[in-house]
Design a protein around this ligand. Structure first.
Ligand SMILES: [Zn+2]
Ligand SMILES: [Zn+2]
Length: 314
């Protein structure tokens, strides 16, 4: 059986099976095995510098590729910051951030990526203490349930987002623009929209700390989207408020963003931080002398031209 022959309904069943306490579904096992057989074998031959004792950084603390497979790569961005990039389907990032007591994971990719993230944590050889979810989309929160269960890490998300993570509401019912609601209606039918249920989620709000990272409530992409700011490192994790490709910043398509007007206000809000590095949910790290100004001028160019669609009231 090959992945492309799996019917959507079968994928959905496999996906939801992963929400349980154990991987009991034969469908899921088959799915994982066929992906492993197709991808992991050639990938292992492409392993680059993946020794367990690989130094964390380049000579000047610069970015270093620690591991690269067809399916994912692990990069050391700076001392105490690692990027796990899941290549398929959309270069989804998880970030590992070192604190004195262990690691904070920022976003957890899809449910089927939990093992990859856990392998990376084991390679870094520090305990996982916290999982911060920038927003509840399944490509950012999917692996959190499994990772929290296996490591005992606490999961944090904005209070507007927790009900989607604990299974009390569906992302398909989020308020938002007409295009995004239409997309959500289609996505609901595939059964892949909501991430596996997380047993316990700690709610955070604007100004709270997750480890040393300060929470900024920056809604727009979703109502409870957060950014996490490190003043000491002048770095900010921005979730899906923007993405990067080939060294440039991009705003995500309006049909993935629920409310472009609120996103524009959130980009304005970034003025209060002096970030030199933006760490987005998709694409490489973006470095610039004034990364926030770059993002804001992009926002003015793109968002102000979008037609204003009244979001559905919450
Ligand atoms: Zn995303
Ligand atoms: Zn998203």
């Amino acid at each position: 059986m090959f992945p492309w022959r799996v019917r959507p309904s079968t994928v959905a069943k496999a996906y939801h099976a992963n929400a349980g306490p154990a991987l009991t579904s034969d469908v899921l096992k088959q799915l994982i095995n066929c992906v492993k057989n197709r991808l992991a074998k050639p990938a292992s031959a492409m392993l680059v510098g993946a020794r367990l004792d690989a130094p964390a950084h380049g000579e000047n603390g610069s970015m270093k590729v620690m591991k690269r497979t067809i399916g994912h790569s692990v990069q050391s961005i700076s001392p105490g910051l690692w990027r796990v990039c899941i290549n398929f389907p959309a270069s989804t990032n998880c970030w590992l951030w070192q604190e004195p007591d262990g690691l904070t994971l920022i976003d957890a990719a899809h449910s089927w990526d939990a093992g990859t993230i856990l392998d990376t944590i084991n390679m870094i050889d520090l305990p996982l203490k916290r999982i911060a979810i920038t927003h509840a989309h399944p490509d950012h929160a999917g692996g959190a349930a499994e990772l929290a269960r296996r490591t005992g890490a606490t999961v944090y998300a904005h209070q507007c987002e927790t009900r989607f993570l604990t299974g009390d509401a569906s992302i398909a019912d989020m308020p938002g623009s007409r295009e995004s609601r239409y997309l959500h209606r289609i996505a609901r039918k595939t059964g892949l929209l909501d991430p596996p249920q997380i047993a316990d989620v700690q709610s955070v709000s604007d100004g709270d700390l997750v480890g040393s990272l300060k929470v900024l409530h920056t809604p727009g992409h979703t109502p409870g989207s957060i950014s996490l700011w490190s003043e000491s490192d002048q770095s900010m994790f921005i979730g899906d408020n923007a993405s990067t490709r080939f060294g440039i910043l991009l705003l995500n398509f309006s049909w993935f963003t629920l409310d472009s007007e609120r996103l524009e206000a959130s980009l304005d809000r970034y003025s209060e931080v002096k970030a030199r590095t933006l760490l987005a949910g998709h694409g490489p790290a973006y470095h610039s002398r004034d990364a926030v100004a770059d993002l804001q001028s992009l926002g003015i160019r793109v968002l102000s031209r979008l037609p204003r669609i009244q979001p559905r009231p919450q």
